[in-house]
Unconditional design. Structure first.
Length: 258
């Protein structure tokens, strides 16, 4: 009897993983119907399968980890296209005025921005430990950290607590980067938690500035963040190809090349 129940549970686990991998993502309600068990049972199954590393929980369901790539460690990202990122950051700083309310993500370009910012009256909200630490010595800048779950590879806070903290604020300008920028499929991240937080960032900003060196264009990472239509402007480097630049202009997205 018990072996039969265990076999049924094991079969259900395999069925859930197969469905998640086939669809990419799936909701609890759909899994409940397909597996013919309660939604509470499915939630417990998903918790166990996430602990085993076979899928990732999402709001209301689960997503596949089959093609998910881990975030590149911060120390590696810091030296990738470093000169281009510095130039992009310096150009972005020119858009900041005294008393602006600014949101900076945990990208290395945002850290370069923080290091080159003058000590002027600003309020800066960030989910980055590196950015907050860099700004700590600038007395006129008020720094607010989101808190949340720490991702060690990116030294950033993510997760429900970080998302809820952003709901408290509105900002004048968001400066953020991403793993991929695709002309048709939009902006994407390798990590779902980063993607969800950046979606929230975009939703609270009056002006959304994407900081993306040319290597990001044409790339599609695992998790969709937002469409390019939700970006106010892009700052990139001179390696950006002419055809991509032209297509961005056709979409009425201002592009600054440095």
């Amino acid at each position: 009897m018990w072996s039969e129940i265990a076999m049924l549970v094991a079969e259900r686990y395999e069925m859930i993983v197969q469905l998640v991998n086939e669809k990419g993502s799936i909701r609890v309600s759909e899994l409940s119907e397909l597996c013919k068990v309660t939604e509470e049972t499915i939630r417990r199954d998903l918790d166990r399968l996430e602990q085993a590393g076979r899928l990732r929980r999402s709001h209301g369901g689960a997503v596949s980890v089959k093609n998910e790539q881990p975030e590149t460690p911060y120390a590696v990202r810091e030296i990738m296209n470093a000169e281009e990122k510095r130039r992009i950051a310096e150009e972005a700083v020119k858009l900041i005025q005294p008393h602006d309310r600014i949101l900076l993500d945990a990208s290395t370009t945002a850290w370069y921005m923080a290091s080159s910012l003058p000590d002027i009256p600003l309020t800066i909200l960030t989910n980055s430990i590196r950015v907050a630490t860099e700004l700590a010595g600038k007395e006129k800048i008020e720094v607010i950290s989101t808190g949340g779950q720490l991702l060690q590879r990116s030294l950033s806070f993510v997760g429900p607590l970080a998302e809820r903290s952003l709901e408290t604020y509105y900002v004048d300008k968001l400066f953020f980067s991403s793993q991929g920028v695709h002309l048709d499929r939009g902006i994407s991240e390798s990590n779902e938690l980063q993607a969800r937080l950046k979606q929230k960032m975009v939703s609270i900003a009056d002006r959304v500035i994407l900081l993306a060196d040319a290597s990001k264009f044409g790339q599609q990472a695992f998790t969709h963040v937002v469409n390019l239509s939700q970006v106010s402007e892009i700052i990139t480097d001179s390696r950006l190809s002419g055809p991509i630049h032209s297509q961005l202009e056709e979409q009425s997205i201002p592009v600054t090349v440095v």
